[in-house]
Design a protein around this ligand. Structure first.
Ligand SMILES: Cc1cc2nc3c(=O)[nH]c(=O)nc-3n(C[C@H](O)[C@H](O)[C@H](O)COP(=O)(O)OP(=O)(O)OC[C@H]3O[C@@H](n4cnc5c(N)ncnc54)[C@H](O)[C@@H]3O)c2cc1C
Length: 421
């Protein structure tokens, strides 16, 4: 069912996906409010100097680049095949995109979408699909000072990201006993990849560092720590990995992720060399059961193949994230039991696992949820999976608007609009 313009769309989040979706919807003539609880690109900011695993061409859309250049013909972008840092993504593309007239008019920074419901319906109401479809969404919006207001809209596009709540890093995916106490000690427990800049190099050199996790963030962190180890040989790096020590299948488990980050294979090879050379001590088949303060640093009690106790000064607990759908609890969401993201999208990705890499969505069907006109795109759609990449978010936007506008061939990324931004 098409939603004709003028219709009102609320977008949750002004990260890369929310900004691109805002521009796309505005070009099509929709009335858009994009809510951002903090500021544009908020989730990216802590990663500043980290190099992104994708080229500038994959991190930007033709529509976004055209809109920025229309507004500021002197703007210079990195080359399409350039590898850039998060800071460069923000300064050369995302922040200028947020300044484009069509986007800035829609942006509502400092405003959170606290709750999303349907005006005349509760989640528990059993009504035909069309009745839910026809009912307006109602959003409760809250600003930083505690002021609140209602917003009605026809469509909600949730691009709220998926890296706000770290997943458990202990045995069985739970938090280890003592983790809350450890978390209250700043600088000891790190839940995001952190590059050792000069200050961190001084702080971490000759210390005992522990990395927990077996996905791309752990690989990136270990690769960065190897350089530190070479410069300061007294540093120890322990790496705890789940799985069966008899059949160390880490390479197999990481294989699908390598396509997400083209440099992951090189990193893995360097880490394997580091393990073989004794620079990294890899402990397979272990999980963290508890943590407790030692005279210096923290004791880490491990269970599994060889119950063990380690002492660590810094713990990089890089075990992924879980999405936060709490604001949408009054909607009839159907979430995947594995990813905690939308089930239809998770099923689509699972089906693709056995086939070729998803490059271009043939239809928007995998984005359709049980709750009509509530769509989840970008990192959030992947839930606990860590193989998201921004070019997929752009393709989701393209496909989604073929459905919303009921124009099957619509593709503003291939056929750029001629009207000025
Ligand atoms: C160096 C690096 C490497 C990465 N590698 C990978 C990878 O290999 N695999 C992977 O899966 N991901 C990876 N990521 C993560 C992902 O690519 C990025 O986080 C990307 O920014 C996702 O864009 P997004 O717009 O979908 O979400 P985000 O950038 O997270 O943006 C979401 C925005 O929504 C806002 N928001 C959330 N809830 C609300 C609300 N209720 N109301 C208002 N605003 C709200 C947030 O403040 C945030 O600004 C990586 C990130 C970095 C920095």
């Amino acid at each position: 069912m098409a939603i004709d313009t003028p219709a009102r769309i609320a977008i949750v989040g002004a990260g890369p996906t929310g900004l691109e979706a805002t521009l796309y919807a505005r070009f099509l003539g929709y009335d858009v409010d994009t809510f951002e609880s903090a500021s544009v690109g908020e989730a990216l900011r802590p990663y500043g100097p980290i190099e992104l695993p994708w080229t500038f061409g994959e991190l930007s859309s033709p529509l976004g680049r055209t809109a920025i250049l229309t507004q500021n013909p002197d703007h210079r972008f990195p080359a399409d095949d350039a590898t850039i840092t998060v800071e460069q993504w923000l300064s050369s593309y995302l922040l200028p995109l947020a300044e484009v007239d069509l986007v800035v008019d829609s942006l509502r920074p400092g405003r959170s979408v606290a709750q999303i419901g349907r005006e005349g319906l509760r989640r528990s109401d059993v009504v035909p699909f069309d009745d839910r479809f026809d009912e307006l969404f109602l959003l409760r919006i809250a600003d930083r000072d505690g002021n609140e207001e209602w917003l009605q809209c026809d469509i909600v596009i949730d691009a709220g990201g998926g890296e706000s709540e770290p997943a458990g890093w202990g045995v069985g995916g739970l938090d280890p006993i003592g983790a809350a106490r450890l978390a209250s000690e700043s600088n000891i427990l790190l839940r995001h990849v952190v590059l050792p800049d000069e200050e961190r190099q001084r702080e971490w050199a000759d210390r005992s560092l522990l990395v927990v996790g077996d996905e791309l963030p752990a690989i990136r962190q270990l690769d960065a720590l190897l350089d530190l180890k070479r410069a300061s040989p007294e540093t120890t790096i322990d790496w705890i990995v789940r799985g069966n020590p008899e059949e160390d299948s880490l390479g197999d488990r990481l294989a699908p992720l390598v396509s997400t980050d083209p440099r992951a294979a090189e990193r893995m090879a360097r880490i394997e060399q580091g393990v073989a050379a004794g620079l990294i001590r890899r402990l397979v088949g272990l999980q963290v059961a508890s943590v407790s303060p030692a005279q210096e640093g923290w004791w880490i009690d491990l269970v599994g193949s060889q119950p063990n106790r380690l002492r660590s000064d810094r713990i990089f607990a890089l075990t992924g994230f879980r999405p936060d759908f709490s604001s949408a609890r009054e909607l009839q969401l159907d979430l995947s039991p594995e990813t905690e993201g939308p089930r239809a999208w998770a099923d689509y990705l699972n089906a693709k696992r056995s086939g070729p890499e998803p490059t271009r969505l043939e239809s928007a069907e995998p984005l359709v949820n049980h709750e009509p006109n509530y769509y989840v795109i970008g990192r959030k759609s992947y839930g606990r999976r860590s193989d998201y990449r921004p070019s997929i978010g752009l393709d989701q936007i393209r496909a989604l608007f073929t459905l919303i506008a009921d124009r099957p061939g619509l593709d503003l990324y291939r056929h750029l609009p001629t009207e000025s931004a």
